[in-house]
Design a protein around this ligand. Sequence first.
Ligand code: ATP
Length: 237
Amino acid sequence: MSTMLEVRDLVVSYGKIKAVKGISFSVDEGEVVSLIGTNGAGKTTTLRTISGLMRPTSGSIRFMGKRIDDVPAHEIVSLGIAHSPEGRRIFPRLSVEQNLRLGAFARRDNAIGTDLKAVYELFPILEERSQQPAGTFSGGEQQMLAMGRAMMSRPKLLMLDEPSMGLSPIMMKRIMSTVTTLQHQGTTILLVEQNAQAALQRANHGYVLEVGKIVLKGSGKELLTSDAVRKAYLGED
Ligand code: ATP
């Protein structure tokens, strides 16, 4: 399998404070890779830097062999990386369909209708309520919308920042099973989660971040059964 994303020795700072302290990881084509860690570990900062919303202090990011750490954010979307951000960030006054169409802003082709249909197949509720203001949606529905919007750019790599945050167990299951569906449909996924169990169950590989550093890595299964992860993240003795 070929490497799709390669992050090497990445350092990202807010002023003098280093939030990401030299991390390296990679995502192969077709994989689900999970980055787990507690609050403030640097997960969101890492995704924002891959998206081009922040610039690294040092290190490199390669996507399909091309260096992207100095490429503007809108071009990164065009290259095939979509980001469903923490907190969803949907536009509450716009309709569901308008929100989805915004996800296709960087595209110049005519297949947007086809992709809208694919998103509606994935999440039928979005079609049922396509003309409703997005702000009237529940948290889980907003998460579906945020994922659907990200899919509208036809990404090769989909980055999801804490999709399970604040969701009921049933809705969380639904969102997580969609991650697997998207993987089967050919999308590569980088998943950031505080919910280690949910994220590692789905992951081919995982990395554990603690205060800006990767402290553990392995297959999803290895990490789920590792003593360190079980104690620190799964609340087991
Ligand atoms: P969370 O799950 O809480 O979002 P995280 O693992 O995504 O955690 P980040 O949000 O990337 O972590 O934060 C990493 C570190 O950077 C934290 O110490 C945080 O306080 C700091 N940080 C994040 N955003 C800013 C900012 N805008 N200005 C200054 N420091 C920040």
